[in-house]
Design a binder for this molecule. Structure first.
Ligand code: 5AD
Ligand code: SF4
Length: 479
């Protein structure tokens, strides 16, 4: 699950004049995208406007990812570039403050400040609500390293963005409902960097969804490292899981589509499967990582289920929602993985059929049990397995996209498309769809017929001049 979107859109809040600029560079997953927006929300009342140009910024924050070694190394090379930029600024009598946030900050703390003296401020994912205070301390000349854990407090004190800031971010939004993980898969740093599993209370989530909808958001993706482990006390006093929460959020005025990511197979309960069956606005697309198709490796990874459990689960989900598309994450070359184990992964992929997937070479992460295991797999073997797996996954993705030709479904239009007069939106299965359509359709669902399929996008045409709610948008109907 990677999304290297950089934070965009100017933030204006709290009436203070925006005299300073902050640039936030986001690495890694959607949780980081969400957190980067929370950082700019926290800094807006302090007079920081968001910029997309690092050269303009007084404060540059790298919101980092520690999930694989490469992701962490990228941060250090970026810090090397920032060192040069800071020296240049200082020679011109200007200043630049550099902050490192996110999972590398949490995992490495003081080590970052030691290894990269350009850094003024290191703060982990639980400290974002305290950013104004941390920036003030760093401005006063202190090296700030803040990696305390207090997730509950964080959620309570997250700054509320202005409607204008939310609007600038578009008609789809992320909403973190859960953070941290108690699963301890043996390859994964998340339980160490994001801490124990914490669910946000229903009232906070419903209030945030309501604010998003009022600002024009039409599609909300609920986020969590282990999102379907979310649980809380419902408005009826009963214990709710993610399924019940989705039913509640479906009632929020203005929200027309719901998604959630990332899920663990062990936490797909009946209520969540029922939500896929009964809630049309829950999109028929599920990211359900299995990591490997080998029972032996599943066990070594501490995934706590077998491949048969996974097959049976998929059968139940498909029975509930036949048009559901599946996506997954895979790791090749986990310690001890033999050719036979890898063949089991290929066979699982053949049998399930994925609409899209992410696949990675195993990357030993310091402090995780996997890193200390014997029988680490050679790099060349990992590369060969990854190439074979990716070829199969890409073939499946192409076949899935090709199957869209001639189909008709709703698209939620998000922004101008590639060419003048075009808009781009998303299909229920997350594919970008390019359509000739008037700008008034941004933020609306409209019915589209797919006429062509490209490598990364689908191409469609509006099949009538009405958006789904029936307001006439005055489009000429193509013959
Ligand atoms: N090595 C390779 N891939 C990893 N992932 C998590 N940890 C590692 C690691 N140590 C992958 C998993 C996870 C995704 C977010 O990243 O597939 O689902
Ligand atoms: Fe990491 Fe496993 Fe938790 Fe996912 S479920 S965040 S892979 S420990």
């Amino acid at each position: 699950m990677t999304d290297n979107r950089q934070a965009t859109g100017a933030t204006e809040q709290g009436g203070g004049e925006n005299t300073r600029r902050v640039y936030v560079k986001t690495y890694g997953c959607q949780m980081n995208v969400y957190d980067s927006d929370r950082m700019s929300d926290a800094l807006a009342p302090e007079g920081y406007a968001l910029t997309e140009a690092p050269e303009e910024a007084d404060l540059i924050i790298l919101n980092t990812c520690h999930i694989r070694e490469k992701a962490a190394e990228k941060v250090y090379s970026e810090l090397g570039r920032l060192r040069v930029m800071k020296q240049q600024r200082e020679s011109e009598g200007r200043s630049l403050m550099v902050g490192v946030a996110g999972c590398v900050a949490q995992a490495e703390g003081e080590e970052i400040a030691r290894r990269a003296p350009v850094v003024d401020l290191v703060f982990g994912p639980q400290s974002y609500h305290r950013l104004p205070e941390l920036v003030q301390r760093a401005s006063a000349g202190a090296k700030v390293v803040e990696t305390e854990f207090d997730v509950e407090e964080k959620f309570e004190h997250l700054a509320t963005p202005s409607q204008k800031a939310v609007r600038a971010r578009g008609v789809t939004a992320f909403l973190t409902v859960q953070e941290g993980c108690d699963k301890f898969c043996t390859f994964c740093v998340v339980p160490y960097t994001r801490g124990a599993e914490v669910s946000r209370p229903v009232s906070q989530i419903v209030a945030e969804a309501g604010r998003l909808a009022q600002a024009g958001v039409r599609e909300v993706t609920l986020l969590g490292q282990n999102v379907n482990a979310w649980h809380g006390t419902g408005e009826n006093g009963r214990e709710w899981g993610l399924g019940e929460l989705l039913f509640r959020l479906a009632k929020v005025d203005g929200i027309e589509r719901l998604r959630y990511t990332t899920s663990h197979p062990r936490d797909m309960d009946d209520a969540l499967i029922a939500a896929h069956r009964d809630l049309d606005m829950l999109m028929p697309y599920l990211h359900l990582p299995v990591q490997t198709g080998s029972d032996r490796i599943l066990k070594a990874m501490n995934r706590r289920h077998t491949r048969d459990d996974y097959f049976r689960l998929i059968e139940r989900i498909r029975a509930a929602r036949p048009d559901i598309a599946l996506s997954g994450d895979f790791i090749v070359g986990f310690p001890g993985e033999t050719d036979e184990d890898f063949a089991d992964t290929m066979e699982l992929v053949e049998r399930v059929g994925y609409a899209s997937a992410f696949s990675f070479k195993y990357s030993p992460r310091p402090g995780t049990p996997g890193a200390a295991m014997e029988a680490q797999v050679e790099e060349a073997v990992k590369s060969a397995r990854l190439a074979a797996l990716q070829e199969l996954l890409q073939k499946q993705q192409r076949a899935f996209n090709a199957s869209m030709t001639g189909r008709t479904f709703d698209v939620l239009f998000e922004k101008p498309g590639r060419h003048a007069g075009q808009l781009v939106g998303r299909s229920p299965w997350l594919q970008p769809v390019q359509v000739d359509a008037p700008e008034e359709l941004i933020g609306k669902l409209a019915t589209v017929e797919i006429v062509d399929v490209g490598t990364n996008s689908l191409f469609g045409r509006l099949i009538n001049g009405q958006d789904r709610k029936g307001s006439n948008v005055g489009v000429a109907i193509p013959a």
